[in-house]
Design a protein around this ligand. Structure first.
Ligand SMILES: Cc1cc2nc3c(=O)[nH]c(=O)nc-3n(C[C@H](O)[C@H](O)[C@H](O)COP(=O)(O)OP(=O)(O)OC[C@H]3O[C@@H](n4cnc5c(N)ncnc54)[C@H](O)[C@@H]3O)c2cc1C
Length: 515
């Protein structure tokens, strides 16, 4: 029985935007495991990309996105992304998102690996917060049911068709089941798998774990983007120092004060994120330091405080006046390129199950995401989910059929020595040390074995942290196994034992649970 026409899991930009479009088609329920605004979205700083400026075009945006994706983008999905971008920006403006303007026109900035300025922002570096506040206000006023502190624990699938969601009420400890013919996962990313991350606590990869357990295809899990510049101050969370800071002229210096990025790449500070992150790690090793320094002291003070009010304020609150002092930064886990495989209508291989946002893998990012394309991906593909369900609401067409032999499966492994009981800090350290910025076959094997043993040993979940730990262990396994299988380096995936890309690996790794 359908309780709602749409059930949406998650209340970041993906969940809220989808809900606002879906309410015109039928009844909508949002389930979210924390309060409505606990999400990655509200931390987004740099902005949202769209080819709307003079001298820009969908074709240029397409080329930049494909180049960043290192041979693994889905060209059809990227074409859709760049061509539908301007219309979706208009939707956001109509919803009331207050993008910054300059001389009466939307202000655009340039970020790494974009060939022209094409990033819209709001409140300077507070883009995500403005989007989240605007959309959540609209959702609260709309005919959308919202259950906060409800953690989705299972997608109900009958005869290969999604029928609803089981959820755990984190406040009372009770379970509920909600029926729907359109279940939309919008659960965000998985930065919390790693010791250092720019992501908030909610980013535990739940959507991937839920979808995998339900029999959905999971792909590109070896591609996780590490942001090069997160604040590295003792006792302070690794707060993101946006790419736009380098876009506006910020210079990276090593611990000896020397600008180094041009030693690694002719684009210097504006090289793609994976190159900047690895270059920073290399300089940290050379100088024996746990950070490098980002220098904006040569920029006008007014420009810094007006263009980056959040960063300026956060650093000042932690005793660092960035207009006068260099900012200690180091890489941190930031964005999950892989996820629940969808087609260009947001459909998974399970009829009635859709995915959108960071938990989905539409193929637009390939092996590496171009900065500010993720908020854009959400609005473009969420819109297409609703268009699709307008046509098929309740009929549940199956999106794709693949042969069983096309899939990879999790290997059966045992840790060589007795391992301690799984815990979040132990897992985060393992992932950072062995499945992080630079990987090797030996490290990945050890990680995969430990994670497999933890997967067997992890306790039956009984509250939100234990559900999240279960999910993190499973998602960690998918990442480690995928990274082990891919014997090459490409985009964000770098293997010291296979440092070059290989034409044999110009293909995607898709996992599916054995029946
Ligand atoms: C610091 C930072 C800066 C960024 N800057 C940019 C930028 O400038 N431009 C850009 O394009 N991208 C940026 N990104 C990435 C971008 O913000 C995210 O990819 C995007 O916001 C993801 O949106 P989402 O709705 O998919 O996920 P989220 O916003 O993370 O929302 C996920 C939601 O799902 C809920 N949830 C999760 N699991 C469950 C469950 N089991 N049951 C119920 N609810 C659940 C969460 O509570 C949350 O409400 C940035 C990310 C970070 C962390």
């Amino acid at each position: 029985m359908n309780d709602y026409d749409y059930i949406i899991v998650g209340s970041g930009i993906a969940g809220l935007y989808t809900a606002l479009l879906a309410r015109g088609q039928g009844s909508v329920l949002i389930l979210t495991k924390g309060s409505m605004d606990e999400c990655n979205t509200k931390y987004a700083q740099g902005g949202i990309a769209a080819a709307i400026g003079h001298g820009d075009s969908a074709e240029l945006h397409y080329r930049d996105t494909i180049a960043a994706g290192a041979g693994l983008c889905d060209p059809e999905a990227v074409r859709i992304l760049v061509e539908e971008a301007p219309d979706r920006i208009t939707d956001l403006i109509n919803f009331g998102v207050p993008f910054d303007t300059l001389d009466g026109e939307v202000a655009l900035t340039k970020e790494a690996a974009h060939s022209v300025p094409r990033i819209l922002h709001a409140g300077g570096d507070a883009t995500g917060e403005h989007i989240e506040v605007t959309l959540s206000r609209m959702v609260r006023q709309a005919r959308v049911a919202v259950l906060e502190h409800f953690l989705a624990t299972e997608i109900v699938v009958e005869d290969g068709v999604a029928k609803g969601v089981k959820a755990f009420d984190c406040r009372t400890g009770s379970f509920s089941e909600f029926g729907s013919s359109s279940v939309i996962l919008a659960t965000g990313g998985g930065g919390r798998l790693f010791k250092y991350t720019t992501n908030p606590d909610i980013a535990t990869g739940d959507g991937v774990a839920l979808a995998y357990s339900a029999g959905a295809e999971i792909t590109d899990m070896e591609f996780f983007q590490f942001h090069p510049t997160a604040l590295r101050l003792p006792g302070v969370p690794p707060f993101l120092i946006s790419e736009a800071v380098r876009g506006e002229g910020g210079i990276l210096r090593n611990a000896d004060g020397r600008q180094f990025m041009f030693d690694y790449c002719e684009e210097g500070e504006l090289a793609p994120r994976d190159i900047v992150a690895r270059s920073i790690v290399s300089e940290m090793k050379k100088t024996g330091s746990d950070c490098v320094l980002l220098d904006v002291t040569h920029l006008p003070t007014r420009k810094i405080s007006a263009r980056f009010p959040q960063i300026y304020r956060f650093c000042l609150d932690h005793g660092l006046d960035i207009t006068k002092t260099l900012i200690p930064v180091a890489p941190a886990a930031h964005y999950m390129m892989g996820g629940v495989k969808t087609n260009s209508w947001g459909e998974t291989n399970i009829a009635g199950l859709f995915a959108t946002g960071e938990t989905a893998c539409t193929g637009v990012h390939g092996a590496n995401r171009l900065a500010s394309n993720s908020l854009l991906e959400v609005v473009v593909f969420a819109k297409r989910i609703i268009e699709r369900t307008e046509e098929t609401l309740g009929t549940g067409e199956i999106a794709s059929q693949r042969r069983e032999q096309d899939y990879f499966h999790l290997s059966v492994r045992k840790a060589a020595t007795a391992i301690p009981h799984p815990s979040l800090p132990a897992l985060q350290s393992l992932m950072w040390d062995r499945v992080g910025i630079t990987r090797s076959g030996e490290d990945l094997k050890e990680a995969a074995s430990t994670l497999a043993s933890w997967h067997e040993a992890v306790a039956q979940p009984s509250d939100r942290p234990s559900y999240e730990l279960n999910n993190i262990v499973l998602v960690g396994r998918l990442m480690a196994e995928a990274a082990l299988i891919r014997e090459e380096s490409r985009g964000a995936h770098f293997r010291s034992d296979f440092p070059e890309p290989s034409p044999d690996w110009q293909r995607r790794i898709i996992f599916r649970k054995t029946a």
